[in-house]
Design a protein. Structure first.
Length: 156
């Protein structure tokens, strides 16, 4: 069931309940029983809406994790270029490092907003601390944060 359909049903139920509440005095037994079932149905509708909302939150978390992990996987090889690399590989490393900073900042932003579970953030931040031990990463980060601090959403 899609959210708009559930929301439409809930709106209709609310309108009907308002009408029934105001004009219940003139209703016969059958209509009063119907209004009672209608109110139960709207409660069920609210439960369905909540379940759908939880499903959407789980889907958002899955999409975030998948997207972040895919982006990290693409950067990983270039971030692992050794210090004694060829000159043409230095540019790839530097570019990957900047992309990695953006990825870390976005992960931090979503964690700070409450979309990332604490256990996931703990694992990610442990990986970030390991990666930031690389002196080359520290050097590039120092330059980046000095020039573009506000671009990193408070990540430092």
């Amino acid at each position: 069931m899609e959210v708009p359909a559930v929301q439409d049903v809930l709106v209709a139920c609310a309108r009907c309940l308002r009408t029934c509440r105001h004009s219940n005095r003139g209703l016969g037994r059958r209509e009063q029983v119907g209004a009672g079932w209608l109110s139960r149905g709207s409660g069920l509708g609210l439960l369905l809406l909540r379940a759908d909302s939880e499903h959407q939150e789980a889907q958002l978390l899955k999409d975030l994790l998948t997207g972040f992990n895919e982006r990290y996987d693409k950067l990983n090889d270039d971030l692992d270029i050794p210090e004694d690399c060829k000159p043409q590989e230095v540019g790839r490393f530097n570019s990957a490092a900047r992309d990695y900073f953006n990825l870390c900042a976005e992960e931090y932003l979503f964690w700070n907003l409450g979309y990332i579970l604490p256990s996931v953030w703990s694992a990610w931040s442990a990986g970030m601390r390991r990666r930031f031990k690389d002196p080359r990463i520290q050097g590039i980060w120092g330059v980046e944060v000095e020039a573009y601090r506000e671009s990193y959403y408070g990540f430092d």
